[in-house]
Structure formats: C-alpha cells, structure tokens
Design a binder for this molecule. Structure first.
Ligand code: HPA
Length: 271
C-alpha cells in the first residue's frame, strides 16, 4: 500500500502547483462548498491512479485542488463508503494520500440521522466524539509500517478540541446555531430500525451515519487535526419515527449548506 500511496501522491502533485495543508471531505448532499473554491485542478476519481474504482452505484467523485479564503485546500467531492463494497483500506486510502501530500488538518462533513431529542432537521452538529465499535472492520487492521503512525493510536481527542472551540466562537460571531454530540457509524445501507435507534441513543450517540469514522481513525493515527460536522438530515426518534425519504434528506442537507459553507470558509480563513 505504501508504494501506491506514494504513486498517487506524486500523480496529484504533478497536476498542481499548490501544496495544501488542509483537506476537506464533503458528504452526501454537501458538495456546494466546492462552489466557493477557486479551483486550480479538478481530478475525477477515475483518473487518479490507485483510487478505488467506482461501483455500479457510481457517484461522480472528484478531487479538487484550489484556494478557499485564500488558503490552498484539497477537497474530496464525494467519498467512498463501506456499503458500496470497498474495503476499509480503500475507503481511507485518500486520507493517506492527503497526508503524503502534506495535509495536516482534515475537515469532514456528513449527513446523519439525529437521535438527540434536542435536534431539529437541518441542524449542524459538531462531532465531539464517535463510536466506531459497531463497524465490522477497521482500516488499521493491516500491517503497520512506522510511517502510518502508532500501532495503538490514542483516541482521547479524535476531534481536535481547538478546532471545536474555533467553530463555536465563529458560530457565535456569525449567529449560526451549532449543536454538538457523538456520532456513531454503522455500515448501512439500510437505515436503522426503531429498536436500533433506541439502542444507539441509549449507548450515548446523538447522530448516526454511514461514513466518516474510518477516515477519522486513519487521520488520527497519522496525527492529523480533525474537525467533523454532521448535518442532521432526518430525525430518528423511535417513538415518532417516520419513513426517511432520500429527497427529504437531500432537501434538509441543501437547507443547511449555506451555514455549513460559511462556517467552514471562516474556519479555514483563520487556520
Ligand atoms: N441513518 C439514519 N438516518 C440517516 C443516516 C443514517 O445512517 N444518514 C443520514 N440520515
């Protein structure tokens, strides 16, 4: 895998004059931040050596390199999900490549179901911790050359507190309301049953989704500073659960996008 990471990093480097230290992974329905970007290079995932091949479900993923708020950034518009049939190593490969390219700070967004009764649709939840244990695999279960980082990486601060603090102070200034909470990742692709939502909430999770945690684990092992935010696209209260519809989920994500974009742009300008 090391050679592949190097080859992919060299390929990307050969296509851009920028050296971003900030990487961004945009979740489902949250691609609009890319419109804020002064794009220098667009690389469809299919054109990048060793990037996972699209499944039949084929999302049109792209890697963008450009500047945002004057800072060079690398943006994944679309990510790889375990439920698409990729391995955990494939899902997290782009994070390793970003790291090899010099990215030190990783900002991730996702669409998630809200289980905390204080949440409303289109809320932004800053992720302050996560639960990975329900995933059937783990991207670190593989040989561990020293450049990957520690064999037993610490997880006492998987989301960097200084970035969480920065987000809350910016939100305060800009009048954006932010929630905070614990994100639990599941594989999907089916949504959860009422019994599962009840269980996940009792276990301490505020939001549930099908992404993010594998990438965050790898980023932590690589000593990157991580900031994560979930857009609450649907409410998952077991006693009043309604059928989740993809159009409604996408509409809720779209409604939250302007505040998410403002927040991220401002954070980047101050990093
Ligand atoms: N579960 C429930 N609702 C959701 C999810 C999920 O994984 N992702 C977005 N909304």
């Amino acid at each position: 895998m090391l050679e592949q990471i190097q080859e992919t990093a060299q390929f990307i480097q050969s296509k851009t004059n920028l050296t971003p230290t900030i990487g961004i992974i945009l979740g489902t329905g949250l691609g609009a931040l890319a419109n804020e970007l002064d794009i220098e290079t667009t690389l469809p995932y299919a054109s990048i050596p060793h990037f996972p091949l699209s499944t039949i479900e084929s999302h049109s993923g792209k890697l963008l390199v450009g500047t945002l708020a004057g800072k060079p950034v690398m943006v994944m518009q679309g990510r790889f999900h375990y439920y698409e049939g990729y391995t955990m190593q494939q899902v997290t490969f782009p994070v390793r490549v970003m790291h090899a390219l010099g990215v030190k700070t990783l900002l991730v967004s996702n669409a998630a179901g809200g289980m905390n009764p204080a949440f409303q649709t289109s809320d932004l939840m800053v992720i302050d911790d996560h639960i990975s244990l329900l995933l059937p695999g783990n991207p670190l279960i593989c040989p561990n050359p020293p450049v990957f980082g520690e064999r037993f990486p610490d997880m006492c601060e998987p989301y960097r507190q200084s970035l969480i603090d920065l987000a809350f102070s910016i939100a305060d200034e800009l009048g954006i309301s932010l929630k905070r909470g614990v994100y639990v990742s599941v594989t999907g692709p089916q949504l959860e049953t009422r019994a599962e939502y009840r269980m996940l909430h009792q276990w301490g999770a505020d939001a549930v989704g099908m992404s993010t945690v594998p990438e965050v684990i790898v980023a932590n092992q690589l000593s990157m500073a991580v900031f994560g935010v979930s857009v609450i696209t649907d409410l998952c209260f077991p006693d009043t659960l309604e059928k989740a519809e993809l159009v409604k989920i996408l509409a809720a994500a779209a409604k939250a996008e302007p505040k998410l974009t403002m927040l991220i742009r401002e954070m980047i300008s101050r990093l």
